[in-house]
Design a protein around this ligand. Structure first.
Ligand code: CMP
Length: 139
């Protein structure tokens, strides 16, 4: 059975450009319910931990620096089939390859600075939700 939760981060590029409100509007307009949300600034070690799965990729160090470069907004989103539906809403990693109405096409500018994160599996969604939120922070 498909899970009903996914984890998103509005990344430092999009927060810095003032896109947070428009992105949240598109997310809720697509039928996702926000059940937890916070604005925070990841430290380098916390960003390294979040992206540990990519530690052997050539872009890892630059990605960690970017994700720790300014505040982000992290949120748990709920909807049936949340992981797949949210990845469809945000579009592929490269904003240039995303359909024009997707979040990454509208608000991202490069493969790295792609405005938003979405979990890629139910298993990772659970780990990523637990990374940012304890039970008292979920509604
Ligand atoms: P996301 O899919 O949210 O999580 C992994 C991130 O790594 C991805 O978004 C991009 O921000 C970044 N990323 C993926 N591939 C590359 C790449 N080839 N060059 C730079 N950054 C990348």
């Amino acid at each position: 059975m498909q899970g009903n939760k996914t984890l998103t981060m509005i990344k430092p590029d999009a927060v810095q450009k003032g896109f947070t409100g428009k992105i949240l509007e598109q997310i809720t307009g697509a039928g996702f319910r926000i059940t937890a949300m916070k604005m925070l600034h990841l430290s380098i070690p916390r960003a390294e931990l979040f992206y540990a799965v990519h530690r052997d990729r050539p872009f890892y160090s630059e990605l960690v620096q970017f994700m720790a470069s300014g505040p982000i907004v992290a949120a748990i989103l709920e909807k049936n089939n949340a992981v797949a539906d949210f990845r469809a809403l945000i579009g592929p990693t490269d904003p240039a390859k995303a359909s024009s109405d997707s979040i990454r096409a509208r608000f991202g500018s490069s493969v790295q600075n792609n405005a938003i994160h979405g979990s890629d599996s139910d298993e990772n969604a659970k780990m990523e939700c637990d990374f940012f939120f304890n039970q008292l922070e979920r509604f």
